[in-house]
Design a protein around this ligand. Structure first.
Ligand code: CTP
Ligand code: CA
Length: 224
């Protein structure tokens, strides 16, 4: 058996990756979650580590485990994710926000289990901080900021808007309404959009293969 060494083109690169979904508690036994599996973010983390990067993975909810050598910080809520991302932001060269961060949290988390008393129950939600937006405002010249956009319509327009608004260097837009794409599957169908709004269509691809393509693109950005 021959072992083909992987090119160490991320040697000396510090990369911060978020993955998986966040969970927002309702009461001691319930939460609001999403269908993110963490597969895309973990695939990027694994590929970057193989290529020589020092990887910090801020992981929301997932059943996945990362290889030894990847520094994993497990979080649950969007606010916890924000704290750890911000604490690690300045010391990293590349930041990839692949996590599915909850847009809203429950306004008042009940200390006791909510009983099924009334016929109707409303939950009041309050907007969570946009972690990536905050990073875009603090980004230094030598840092690269990569985001994802999960859309079910107007994919290109919405993703381009997020790229601009959040001051990103690249965004990977998923059409999550497609069966083999986005949440909780091994494959994805994406458009990769660069700063100059150059759009590349990536047809149905395994998330592991897409991770390599994303890293190739990051590599080009960091050497230019
Ligand atoms: N994101 C974030 N913090 C949030 C919400 C999203 O950092 N509170 C990041 C995601 O990790 C992703 C990017 O922002 O990299 C886009 O997330 P997405 O859910 O597609 O867009 P939103 O800006 O949340 O807008 P909307 O859900 O309304 O489309
Ligand atoms: Ca969102």
């Amino acid at each position: 058996n021959y072992f083909t060494p992987v090119q160490q083109d991320f040697k000396n690169v510090k990369i911060l990756i978020t993955a998986g979904g966040t969970r927002e508690p309702i009461d001691p036994v319930r939460y609001i979650g999403n269908r993110s599996s963490g597969k895309m973010g973990y695939a990027i983390a694994e590929a970057a580590a193989k290529r020589g990067a020092a990887v910090t993975l801020i992981s929301g909810v997932t059943t996945l485990t990362a290889s030894a050598g990847i520094k994993v910080i497990k979080v649950e809520t969007a606010k916890e994710m924000q704290q750890h991302v911000e604490a690690n932001f300045a010391s990293n060269d590349v930041i990839v926000m692949a996590a599915a961060v909850a847009d809203y949290a429950v306004a008042e988390v009940s200390e006791q289990k909510i009983k099924k008393a009334s016929e109707k129950l409303s939950l009041e939600l309050v907007k969570n901080p946009d972690i990536l937006l905050g990073l875009g405002q603090k980004k230094q010249q030598n840092q690269l900021l990569i985001g994802f956009a999960a859309e079910t319509q107007n994919l290109l327009k919405y993703a381009q808007d997020k790229l601009q608004r959040k001051n990103l260097d690249m965004i990977i837009a998923n059409d999550v309404s497609k069966v083999n794409a986005g949440f909780n599957v091994d494959t994805n169908i994406v458009k990769i959009i660069g700063k100059n709004n150059l759009v590349e269509d990536i047809p149905l691809i395994k998330k592991t293969a897409l991770a390599s393509i994303i890293l190739d693109k990051i590599n080009k950005l960091k050497t230019h």
